[in-house]
Structures are given as structure tokens and as C-alpha cells.
Write a protein that binds this ligand. Structure first.
Ligand code: N7H
Length: 437
């Protein structure tokens, strides 16, 4: 079985608090860092059990992860066998569809970040108090490079990302950890946690953490929907715009899947965890999905590109699952931004996901599925949400259910990558040995 007390909590369950701070640091003095880690950080690291229902979650939960440059700084020379991790995200930016690194914020350029500490709590005050302890514990052994404060949106938008859609609905269930809810993907632990014997023994129970600061141009996204409503006799203009947005994601703002509620939102369905993920894109009675049918959910829809379910045959193929644990950052839109259809203050998603292979997980989903105009069928176009064409216009097909051949050309991205890094989130026992002195 899984050694839950040895696994950092964010990996399988998420720290799930209202506020989360990402504290990015460089290591200045390796030996001092290792002894400070052992004395002051390790006791604060939150494994899975306290985060489980009925567990006693600490006021502020804490996890820590290291980049390849951090490994180098600590003189940890074992090869983790993950090429994207070894190269760092900066080198691979264009491959992910970013227009190079022109939009990257300076802290993420040049692979200068050695590690990240994730601090999650219900208030920013709690986080800041833990941060003070942490900084005094680490002293001069580190240097602070950058912090990003994430926060759940205020009610009634709590749990929704900045475009307005409920998030955190569909994550895979790891076999032997928790029972799957209907429609949830079931994956072997080795798809998320490092388990194979080709990796160093101390890497077992760890996972690769992908971090991306993804800016969302919310007023611009809303203008696109307002300008391009789906037109059908039964729909008002507003309903037509809402339908376009829902088909871009594959879910309505409430979380209801368009596959189960194709024309209007159904908030009762959206809220019902026994039904809101229970579908495969196959028509009833079919085992495989109908290769021509996108009447309910476009092949290009964000959730269909990133988890094609029956489109690749059933039972669902292993390998390309990730556990997502991001949180929004930045303020709500101002009146001025809404009026002018123009973003004036940055907001977006502090995207976090976990997998045992970045090449098979995040990188595959972004490059081979979302950015691939011929996935999962010929000429589907880009994923209209995260698909990226190095800043060039993106063609998206299948969005208009009244005319599936209608091609949309999206001139500007609604999500702008501000950069990120690849990290490894070690087990608690590895933190106590390999990373300690
Ligand atoms: Fe995505 N969005 O608001 O539109 N995502 N995503 N994502 N995403 C999902 O099912 C969003 C991003 C996946 O199992 C939902 O939990 C935004 C990246 C996967 O059926 C919504 C951003 C990658 C799933 C969004 C963003 C993924 C998923 C529905 C960036 C990987 C589950 C809620 C700002 C490369 C698919 C849910 C499944 C769901 C949005 C990024 C992947 C609403 C705004 C970079 C695998």
C-alpha cells in the first residue's frame, strides 16, 4: 500500500486552503541549507494524513520542492531520469507553445530558481507568520527570488477560476488511495508517484511538480464570447455567448459537463459530484466514442483535449494523467477593465500539477494534445483555452454545434504564460536524508 506519511500532502490530495503562497528561493550555502532544512523546515512539512477528511490539518500547511538547479546547488548528482526536469522549463518554453520567453517574468528566466515552498492557509496573516519562522530558520542559507500569492476568488466565485468556471472537479483517483467517484479516472500510483526501480531509491514516493504562472485575459475572453455568440432560434444572444464559452471548456460555469447538458447550464448537475464527472463522450450503449460526434462536446474542448476519455478507446489508456492543484491569483476585474474590455492588472492561475514523468504528463498534454490541431481527430484545431501557437493566431474547430465545420480563428491568446519551472517534490524520508545534513 501507499506510505501516506512519507508523501507530501499536496501531491495526492491538495492542501486546499483559501490562500496559498509560492515562495521561490535560491540556495546560497548548501551545507547550512541542509542543516536548516532538517532543523526548521522538515518539522513543518505536511504529509497526506493530516489533510484527509477527519485529519487535523495544520493552520498553515507546507510543502517543498526542488529544481534541477537546486539539485546541482545541493550537489545531489543522482539522475532522476526526467529530461524536461533536467533541462528546466526555461529551455523548453517554445516547445510548450510559448512565444519564446518574451512574456516571462524575470525570476523564471535562466533557471535561477532552486526551490519552491508552498504555504497554504485560510488567511494571509497565518501564511505570513509561518513565512517569518521559515525565513528565520533558513537565515542566510537562501535568497528569496520571487513570491506569488494565490487566493480563492471571493464568494460566490469561490472554487471558480478567473474565467468563471468551477475548477478542481476532475482529478484521477490513485488506486489504493481513495475510491473513485463515478467517471473519475483510476490510475496506478506509479503514474503520479515515482515508483519504478530505474530511479534512485530515495526518489520513491516523490513526484514532479510543474509550476506555471498563467495569466488570464478575462475581459478579452469575455469580449470574444460577446462578439461570437452561437446563433440558434432557441437561444438569446447571451445564451449563445455562454454556450460558446461552455463548449470551449467542455463544461458550463457551474461545472456541468456540456456532454450531459448540451444547450444550457444545469447548476444542480454541476454541483453533484456523483454525476458531474460521469461521462465518456461515447453515446449511450457505445463502448468507443463516436468518431464524428461533437454535437455535445467539441473534440477541441479543453477537457476533451486534456482527457479524451473514450476517444482513445475504453478502458481509458494509462500514462497521460496529472493531478492538478492550482489556485487563482490576482484581483477581481475592476469596473474599468470590464468597461474597456482590457486587462489592466494581472490575474490568472498559479498552475500546479503532479506526475511521475513530465514528458508523459504536463508536457504531453500541452504539446501533443492541446497544441496539436490534429488531436484527437483530424483538423480539430487548438484547445481554445490552453492551446498555444507561439503567439500566432489559433484555429479552433467544432465549437458551433449548428455548423461543426465553422472555423474560429482566435487572434490573441486568452492565457499568457508568464513562465514557470519544473520541480521534484521529494518524500519526507528523502528530505530527512538526501536533503539534510
Ligand atoms: Fe485545465 N478553465 O478554466 O478553462 N481546466 N485549465 N489545464 N484541465 C479544467 O474538470 C483551465 C491547464 C486540465 O479530467 C477545467 O476539474 C484554465 C493546463 C485537465 O476531464 C477548467 C487554465 C493543463 C483537466 C479548466 C488551465 C490543464 C482540466 C474543468 C489556465 C495541462 C481535467 C474543471 C489558466 C497542460 C480534464 C475540472 C478531465 C480541467 C480551465 C490550465 C489540464 C474549467 C483557466 C496548463 C487534465
Amino acid at each position: 500500500g501507499l506510505n501516506l506519511t512519507n508523501i507530501q500532502g499536496d501531491i495526492l490530495i491538495g492542501m486546499k486552503k483559501k490562500k496559498e503562497l509560492f515562495f521561490f528561493f535560491g540556495i546560497v550555502d548548501a551545507l547550512a541549507f541542509k542543516s536548516n532544512l532538517k532543523a526548521h523546515i522538515l518539522p513543518l512539512v505536511t504529509p497526506i494524513p493530516p489533510l484527509l477528511p477527519g485529519g487535523t490539518s495544520p493552520t498553515t500547511a507546507l510543502n517543498i520542492a526542488f529544481s534541477q538547479n537546486g539539485f546541482d546547488a545541493l550537489n545531489i548528482t543522482d539522475n532522476l531520469g526526467d529530461a524536461p526536469f533536467a533541462n528546466g522549463q526555461f529551455v523548453g518554453a517554445s516547445g510548450l507553445g510559448d512565444p519564446g520567453t518574451v512574456n516571462w517574468i524575470p525570476p523564471f528566466t535562466g533557471n535561477k530558481i532552486h526551490g519552491v515552498i508552498l504555504l497554504a492557509s485560510d488567511t494571509i496573516d497565518n501564511i505570513n507568520n509561518t513565512l517569518i519562522d521559515l525565513k528565520s530558520g533558513l537565515g542566510q542559507s537562501i535568497t528569496e527570488i520571487y513570491s506569488l500569492q494565490g487566493a480563492a476568488r471571493p464568494p460566490p466565485e469561490e472554487g471558480h477560476e478567473h474565467f468563471g468556471f468551477l475548477d478542481g472537479i476532475s482529478n484521477p483517483a490513485v488506486q489504493g488511495f481513495r475510491d473513485p467517484s463515478p467517471g473519475q479516472a483510476v490510475v496506478s500510483p506509479g503514474e503520479i508517484l515515482v515508483e519504478d526501480s530505474s530511479r534512485p531509491p530515495w526518489a520513491q514516493d516523490g513526484s514532479f511538480l510543474v509550476f506555471r504562472q498563467l495569466e488570464q485575459l478575462v475581459p478579452e475572453f469575455n469580449k470574444f464570447l460577446a462578439d461570437n455568440p452561437i446563433r440558434a432560434p432557441a437561444l438569446t444572444t447571451q445564451q449563445g455567448s455562454d454556450l460558446l464559452g461552455a463548449r470551449m471548456v467542455g463544461r458550463w460555469k457551474s461545472g456541468a459537463p456540456t456532454f450531459l447538458s448540451p444547450l444550457v447550464d444545469d447548476p444542480v448537475l454541476g454541483n453533484d459530484t456523483s454525476r458531474n464527472n460521469d461521462f465518456t463522450y461515447a453515446a449511450p450503449g457505445q463502448n468507443q466514442s463516436d468518431p464524428t460526434d461533437q454535437s455535445h462536446t467539441p473534440f477541441s474542448a479543453h477537457i476533451r483535449k486534456t482527457r479524451p476519455r473514450a476517444d482513445l478507446g475504453l478502458p481509458e489508456k494509462p500514462k497521460h494523467h496529472i493531478v492538478r492543484g492550482g489556485i487563482p491569483y490576482g484581483p477581481e476585474q475592476s469596473e474599468d477593465e470590464i468597461r474597456s474590455n482590457t486587462t489592466k492588472t494581472e490575474r490568472g492561475l498559479a498552475f500546479v500539477c503532479y506526475q511521475s514523468s513530465i514528458a508523459a504528463g504536463f508536457q504531453f498534454l500541452q504539446q501533443t494534445w492541446a497544441n496539436n490541431v490534429n488531436f484527437s481527430k483530424t483538423d480539430t484545431g487548438f484547445d481554445p483555452i490552453i492551446g498555444a501557437n507561439r503567439g500566432a493566431p489559433r484555429v479552433v474547430n467544432g465549437l458551433d454545434p449548428t455548423l461543426p465545420s465553422r472555423r474560429f480563428t482566435i487572434m490573441t491568446d486568452f492565457i499568457v504564460s508568464r513562465g514557470g519551472e519544473y520541480f521534484f517534490s521529494p518524500s519526507l524520508s528523502a528530505l530527512a536524508t538526501t536533503f539534510s545534513a
